[in-house]
Unconditional design. Structure first.
Length: 135
């Protein structure tokens, strides 16, 4: 299970004894029930506009995301954000391209996690990936 650098850095700070707010992390593999459906949707996207690709992929992903793990964090208001392995590397920067949700109620966490995963397929992200020859 791989996580992005945000999660790894939070763990490093925690292990060093620094005060870090409570957090829980979910891998893409834990959240997405069927990557095969996403691969099929990607195939159907060939030749479509970024807007059409984004809509189709988000619909597909939303149907695949399942938050089965109980959220054990204390508090009433939460932040939900991505920490993808592709976000920042030596060759690419997706800084600010994925959605972040602040002041999320406990009952809305699963829905916001799905929204966050879906933001991997925002139009701007797809356009950037195409320029980088990823899709």
């Amino acid at each position: 299970m791989s996580m992005g650098s945000k999660i790894e850095n939070l763990k490093t700070l925690q292990n060093a004894g620094l005060p870090v707010p409570e957090f829980e992390a979910f891998s893409f593999e834990e959240l997405v029930a069927s990557t095969e459906l996403i691969k099929t949707a990607l195939e159907k996207c060939k030749g479509k506009s970024d807007e059409e690709k984004s809509r189709l992929l988000k619909e597909t992903v939303r149907g695949c995301v399942k938050v089965d793990k109980e959220i054990t964090l204390s508090g009433d208001s939460f932040s939900v954000r991505s920490s993808s392995c592709v976000e920042d590397s030596a060759d690419n920067s997706f800084a600010g391209q994925f959605d972040t949700f602040l002041n999320v109620s406990r009952s809305d966490i699963p829905s916001r996690i799905a929204d966050c995963v879906c933001s991997l397929y925002n139009e701007n992200v797809l356009a950037y990936m195409e320029k980088r020859v990823w899709i």
